[in-house]
Design a protein around this ligand. Structure first.
Ligand code: SIN
Length: 311
């Protein structure tokens, strides 16, 4: 029997596929749709201290090769998502979920995480260190000093399972430096990658999204090779207790298979979920199972991280 079940930290998931933060996760209704689908879990929209309207529209556009967005972290405020995942956690038989969070300053991030620490929620939290779309706020994880400072402070008070969402890195030295930072902390996972920040898509003579004069994060086919490289680079460098969630360019079972081959324990779908809706999880799961069956793999452990190199 082929199984796509997986584990992140102490949490079991019947299926390794789920949504990427930002897609189908703004409201309880959207989250419930993902929960009711073949997905093994959901992650919430990144919640900030206060609710945010986000950037002006148009702020998301599908393109031939994926998508560009500059949403600007529109969300209902982290308490909304914290309440929902806590409610589900207490329902017998519920799937496990991931709560995505970040503050607009280190102080806000600590306020949020201290609230989660004090709450009844015992599940996974993803600290988003990689949003490229809030004007004037750089992607935190590109600043290794700031990242070290924030995580050092976080782990003085936070004892629940925590992971981080990372932007793509593009240089071997940066993979080394980033891994050195993350290996210092008791993180449960890193999630590679957020969108490739600040791309520019042009239609005729105009940008296609309004915020930031058209600059926005790229997702979809554009980003798969970069996502795979980041998943594998961190798989090679991180201590075994830090697992990897692979995100970027997944729309087929083959894409999910490649993320797992590079070392991912769980695989998230963003742009393709936005385009196809939650039915995508059933299709991609079936495609992944068919590839595994053809190759004689019964579990993800049979091929996770076992990428072949050319001698
Ligand atoms: C956004 O809301 O701008 C996208 C979220 C992200 O990239 O982290």
């Amino acid at each position: 029997m082929v199984s796509t079940a997986t584990q992140i930290g102490d949490f079991h998931f019947d299926n390794c596929l789920m949504n990427a933060a930002g897609v189908y996760c703004m409201t309880r209704e959207e989250l419930a749709e993902v929960d009711a689908s073949a997905a093994g879990s959901f992650v919430t929209k990144t919640g900030t201290l206060a609710a945010r309207a986000g950037n002006p529209e148009p702020r998301y556009v599908d393109t031939d090769l994926g998508s560009i967005n500059s949403m600007g972290l529109p969300n209902q405020g982290f308490q909304y998502y914290l309440e929902y995942v806590t409610e589900l956690q207490n329902q017998p038989g519920s799937k496990h979920h991931i709560l995505s969070l970040v503050g607009l300053s280190p102080d806000e991030t600590h306020t949020i995480l201290k609230t989660v620490q004090a709450s009844d929620y015992e599940g996974l939290v993803e600290l988003n260190l990689s949003c490229p779309n809030v004007p004037g706020k750089p992607q935190i994880a590109y600043d290794f000093e700031m990242t070290t400072e924030i995580l050092t402070e976080v782990f003085t008070y936070y004892t629940k399972p925590l992971g981080v969402k990372l932007p793509p890195y593009f240089d071997i030295v940066h993979f080394d430096q980033a891994a050195e930072v993350f290996n210092q902390f008791p993180l449960v996972f890193v999630n590679c990658i957020n969108s490739i920040g600040n791309g520019l898509v042009i239609d005729d003579e105009s940008v296609v999204i309004k915020p930031k004069q058209g600059f926005g994060g790229l997702g979809g086919d554009y980003v798969k090779p970069t996502a795979l490289a980041n998943v594998h680079a961190f798989y090679q460098r991180l201590k075994p207790s830090i697992q990897i969630i692979g995100t970027g360019g997944v729309r087929t079972g083959r894409d999910a298979f490649e993320h797992i081959l590079c070392g991912a324990s769980m695989v998230q779908i963003g742009t393709a979920l936005q385009q196809e809706g939650p039915a995508i999880f059933e299709r991609v799961t079936a495609e992944l199972q068919a590839i595994m069956a053809e190759k004689g793999y019964e579990t993800l452990e049979d091929f996770r991280g076992k990428l072949n190199y050319i001698d």
